[in-house]
Design a protein around this ligand. Structure first.
Ligand code: CTP
Length: 416
């Protein structure tokens, strides 16, 4: 591994007591760690300890003439391959979200082009506060990676989400290819990604329809992540109640047949097609023009199969890289692998669905399969999961292109 220059920002939370251990583990993995303490962090951990474990004088003051003379804050911001803030308090999240820079750490975050990762730590009620959640969303949408928090016993004696991840978990995330990439530029720059999302609505009569519990959250999160990875994104979206993501072209549709038509109208320039929609498999054979009256005790509605959008894209000659989703209630791996092969997809993302899991939830856990490989993604917020999935999709897609063409990709900027 090449040396990685990491700025570790420590803010004022009780979990700061774990940071000397974090510094040691990062250094064991070959990183140079420059610690930056905020004023309140000094209440929880000492400069002496951190200087001893990092081997570098700790920085904390924007106005420290001696330190600035050795390496000014702009120089330090440029030196960093990555800024990690652990623990990150609600206060630092608010400052980063608002773009204010009253101290050294926030100034460095504004002045750097390096990825910023934060490991929040706070009381679970604070974490769930809408203001904090809004700041978290804002930071994610700007490309900040949020590590955790974990759920469990808290220093305040309560239990819930808000614990800082353990140092070894943070180190694993920091050292993952996405966080400290050798390919540092947006991996999907110049590519077009089309994503289907949400449910479809199949009319029975003018006032009734068949649909399902899909919220569209996963597809929308993938659209945001693909946009952040540099792609032009077209989102073909069934009826959902969430707003269209910024910078994404959203085509609104109702039925499976509308979704099919909208997809094929734009598919020719698409490089990667991700079918995250929960398309209704069937529609009414005969959509009534007038409202059905309750004139009989029993009523049967004959259904007919909808066109399979993903399969139709997959059958295209020189079609895009295809990623399907499989929602299953059991035998996840077996069903997913057989769909991967029978639909001849490039990748399939499989998740369990049932009561309180999968559909309409903010979190999801998935298994991804491709020919010759698989990867598990444990339960995580759909926005975080989407970033990790897009990173994997981009990696597999780009590997495929490289293998096909044996040419160097102009969009890949290799560091060192
Ligand atoms: N899909 C699609 N068009 C359809 C149905 C499904 O594009 N008419 C896509 C979904 O968006 C998803 C994938 O196909 O990416 C898998 O859908 P699913 O309904 O789970 O697969 P099926 O092969 O229909 O299997 P099952 O019998 O489990 O319904």
């Amino acid at each position: 591994m090449t040396q990685k220059n990491i700025i570790l920002g420590i803010t004022g939370g009780i979990a700061a007591y774990k940071t000397p251990e974090l510094v040691r583990r990062l250094r064991e993995r070959g990183a140079d760690v420059q610690v930056v303490l905020t004023r309140s962090a000094r209440e929880f951990v000492t400069e002496t300890t951190l200087q001893a474990v990092s081997g570098l004088p700790v920085r904390s003051d924007l106005w420290d003439k001696g330190a600035e003379a050795a390496m000014g804050h702009i120089e330090l911001a440029r030196w960093a391959d990555l800024i990690l803030i652990a623990p990150a308090t609600a206060e630092i999240m608010a400052r980063l979200a608002s773009g204010s820079a009253p101290d050294l750490l926030t100034t460095l975050c504004l002045a750097t082009e390096a990825p910023v990762l934060i490991a929040p730590a706070m009381n679970h009620v604070m974490w769930k506060n809408p203001a904090v959640q809004e700041n978290r969303d804002k930071l994610i949408s700007r490309g900040v990676r949020i590590l955790g928090p974990a759920s469990g016993d808290q220093a305040c004696g309560e239990t819930g989400p808000g614990r800082m991840l353990e140092p070894n978990e943070i180190v694993a995330a920091v050292m993952a290819p996405l966080a400290v990439p050798d390919i540092v530029q947006a991996p999907l720059a110049g590519m077009t990604v089309m994503i289907t999302a949400g449910p479809t609505r199949e009319a029975i009569d003018p006032v009734r329809y068949i649909t399902n519990r899909s919220s569209g959250k996963m597809g929308f999160a993938l659209a945001v992540a693909a946009r952040q990875a540099g792609a032009k994104v077209i989102l073909v979206c069934g009826p959902v109640s969430i707003p269209a993501p910024e910078g994404v072209e959203c085509i609104n549709v109702e039925s499976a047949r509308d979704m099919f038509a909208a997809t094929h109208a734009r598919i020719d320039d698409v490089n990667i097609f991700i079918a995250a929609a929960a398309v209704a498999d069937y529609r009414a054979v005969d959509e009534k023009t007038g409202k059905i009256k309750k004139s009989t005790d029993e009523l049967s509605i004959a259904l007919v199969k909808n066109p399979d959008i993903l399969a139709s894209v997959d059958r295209m000659h020189n079609g895009p890289f295809t990623v399907g989703f499989a929602a299953e209630t059991d035998n996840l791996g077996d069903y997913a692998r057989s769909k991967l092969e029978s639909k001849r997809l490039n990748m399939i993302v499989a998740n369990l669905v049932g009561k309180n899991i999968g559909f309409d939830a903010d979190e999801n856990a998935v298994e991804v399969f491709w020919l010759g490989g698989e990867q598990s993604f444990p339960l995580a917020d759909k926005r975080q999961l989407a970033q990790d999935l897009i990173a994997l999709i981009a990696e597999r897609y780009l590997q495929g292109i490289n293998a096909d063409t044996q040419t160097e990709l102009p969009i890949m900027m290799v560091r060192d």
